[in-house]
Write a protein that binds this ligand. Structure first.
Ligand SMILES: [Cu+2]
Length: 640
């Protein structure tokens, strides 16, 4: 049961306590862990050659990437480059991904959001936000590659409440963590915060076939700090819920000034009504976006009061309950969607904030569940229970969704848990098998590696009557949130079929391999196949800009080739059936070797070539082709 019986604590004392406990990191029970080691070990053991039951996608925080783990083994399987260049794969090095990154070399990825159909993960795409640059990336789970980065989304200063897809992936969202003058780039003194600063909620449409993102609408919001979101489902389908803190509107010393009010808010956005208002021409263009002002466009957004700086807002699998916990309050407020809808229909409002009707807390409330200190985020098991992370207590509390609305179990975590993630936990049908604690501090849990420690995650079994800690595993910087999907829902390809390669720079027949010159631009159309590049001797002139278009013509899984150039920062990986382009400037005359940087075959070491860089003014042929013998060798390899 709970260590504490706190329900409320005074605002003044709360901060001191928060600070004190944060500092201590709740160091009690330092070496705590699994009770029955043999049974716990068996539950995470995946036999060599067998696969995990789940894929888990962890946001990479300020590393800008996504980490893929297998569950329950907790094995790190791969890292997907998303917002940050990754030279081993050539991400941000090849021209295609360079263009997608638009010059950014950093992102802060917080919340992975798997695409959904009918409120369940469908295994098609993974969306993830870059908070500071207000971008959303789409990873295709067919190849685990980032295919689109949408944004920076106009007017949004830091997309934290993002992307949190709707039940049919109709929309992903972005809400500004920092209110700021709108559009982004407008000047104002910060002292004019109340007058000139605004929050924004953006609805980003997702094309149901291609996954392509486009801006649907934006809503002008009060200058609060918009924090997290969740999509309504079932009866609440059509709504998206957003928490905020700093309803005080502080612009400095937030750690004290933004913790004064008894109530902050959950914003309930009727996204269908918002889209309809835009389609009816009720938006005005600000910063290139269609922006709705709730002061003049009614019926698109409402505010529900919620105590004391909430973090998570989490809709239960039925879609009826919206669970929300103030960080500085020791309980979860459970709102009923039915009651919210009834209060809206009856027009029972308690005034307005910047033109947005404010509902009454008591009118919307179903229950208050005392869970413990520092509640942040809630997940569900699909069996009628909810799990709330308690940052200050370093615990997870399990409580009954429904009368008597009480905690029935809790478990220590190590240490200072932020989010938690249940298996298929954000869907209409969570599987109820596992929850992962995403701990903010790892402290003594792993071999020490200097003053900065890895992040800590812990796998907890939900299948028994009591939660059971199964395994600790470190993660690289810095997962904020994760999602877990049953492995059989994800259907990755083994290679890119050559007949689906529509890249205009692809080479499908070896006789197309060539070096072409137009002025100072040189295009190299190159084939990579075990174990050679064709052509492998190129002649260029100092100062030429060379575009290498490399097609890996292999049609076999796991046979990727690398293409790395000596004395440069240029390297990329080309997967079987894929074509990628890399730009390189021949800066100095001489001879520059290149090689396959990704081990591919017994003769991988032989897979290399030379670029002759002739001195300025030299004459070289404007069309170079490989020998007929080489072409026929490659043709023979391609037939196999
Ligand atoms: Cu190779």
């Amino acid at each position: 049961m709970l260590k504490t019986r706190w329900t409320w604590f005074a605002a003044a004392g709360a901060l001191t306590l928060w600070a004190a406990l944060s500092w201590m990191g709740c160091s009690g029970g330092a070496k705590g862990g699994a009770g029955n080691f043999a049974s716990a070990a068996q539950k995470v053991y995946v036999k060599p050659g067998e696969h995990d039951a789940y894929y888990a996608f962890f946001s990479g925080g300020h590393s800008g990437q996504v980490f893929v783990y297998g569950m329950p083994s907790c094995r790190h399987i791969t890292t997907i480059p998303v917002f940050t260049p990754e030279p081993a794969k050539g991400y941000g090095v090849d021209e295609e991904s360079r263009e997608m990154l638009k010059g950014y070399t950093w992102g802060d990825a917080h919340h992975p959001g798997l695409s959904e159909t009918d409120g369940d993960y469908d295994g098609r795409w993974l969306f993830i936000n870059d908070m500071p640059n207000a971008r959303i990336a789409r990873i295709d789970l067919r190849d685990f590659v980032t295919h689109e980065i949408f944004g920076p989304i106009p007017n949004v200063s830091a997309a934290h409440a993002c992307p949190f897809p709707t039940p049919n992936t109709e929309y992903v969202f972005a809400a500004s963590r920092f209110s700021a003058p709108v559009p982004v780039g407008s000047y104002s003194r910060v002292e004019d915060y109340g007058k000139n600063f605004k929050g924004i909620i953006a609805g980003v449409k997702v094309d149901p076939k291609s996954g392509h993102m486009s801006l649907g609408f934006e809503i002008l919001m009060p200058p609060f700090d918009w924090d997290l979101a969740d999509a309504g489902k079932g009866p609440s389908h059509g709504w998206e819920f957003f928490t905020c803190y700093n309803s005080e509107g502080a612009f400095d010393s937030l750690e004290t000034k933004a913790s004064q009010n008894e109530m902050d808010y959950v914003a309930a956005v009727d996204w269908r009504a918002a889209q309809k208002a835009v389609d009816e021409g009720k938006a005005r263009q600000i910063g290139g976006a269609p922006v709705l002002d709730p002061a003049t466009v009614k019926g698109i957004v409402y505010l529900v009061p919620v105590p004391k700086s909430p973090h998570g807002v989490d809709v239960d699998p039925s879609g009826e309950y919206i669970c929300c916990a103030g960080k500085l309050q020791a309980e979860v407020s459970v709102f009923s969607f039915k009651k919210i809808a009834a209060a809206i229909a009856a027009g029972q409002f308690d005034g307005e904030k910047d033109g947005i009707p404010v509902l009454k807390y008591a009118d919307c409330l179903e229950a208050r569940v005392p869970v413990g200190l520092g509640p942040l985020h809630t997940q569900f098991d699909g069996k009628g229970f909810a799990y709330t992370s308690l940052f200050l207590d370093s615990k997870i509390a399990k409580w009954k969704v429904g009368p008597p609305w009480k905690v029935v179990d809790d478990i220590d975590v190590y240490y200072s848990i932020g989010h938690l993630m249940a298996s298929e936990g954000d869907t209409r049908h969570p599987t109820g098998e596992y929850v992962v604690a995403l701990d903010k501090l790892s402290k003594d849990r792993y071999l020490q590696v200097g003053p900065a420690h890895p992040e800590a995650a812990q796998l907890i079994d939900l299948r028994g009557p009591k939660m059971e800690l199964l395994y600790d595993f470190p993660t690289y910087l810095e997962p904020h949130y994760a999602q877990m999907i049953r492995a059989e829902k994800v259907k990755p390809i083994k290679y890119y079929p050559m007949d689906e390669n529509h890249n205009p720079r692809a080479i499908k027949r070896p006789e197309e391999a060539r070096v072409e010159r137009k002025g100072r631009r040189v295009d190299v159309y190159m084939v990579a196949v075990r174990s050679h590049f064709t052509p492998d001797v190129l002649r260029v002139v100092q100062g030429d800009t060379v575009y290498f278009h490399v097609t890996n013509v292999e049609q076999e899984e796991d046979i990727a080739h690398g293409f790395g150039i000596l004395f440069s920062s240029k390297d990329m990986q080309v997967d079987p059936g894929e074509t990628k382009t890399m730009r390189w400037v021949a800066g100095k005359s001489g001879v520059t070797p290149f090689y396959c940087s990704n081990f591919c075959s017994a003769l991988h070491q032989e897979m290399q070539g030379y670029i002759e860089v002739a001195p300025p003014g030299s004459k070289v042929s404007s069309l170079q082709r490989p020998s007929a013998q080489r072409v026929s060798e490659v043709a023979a390899l391609m037939r196999h």
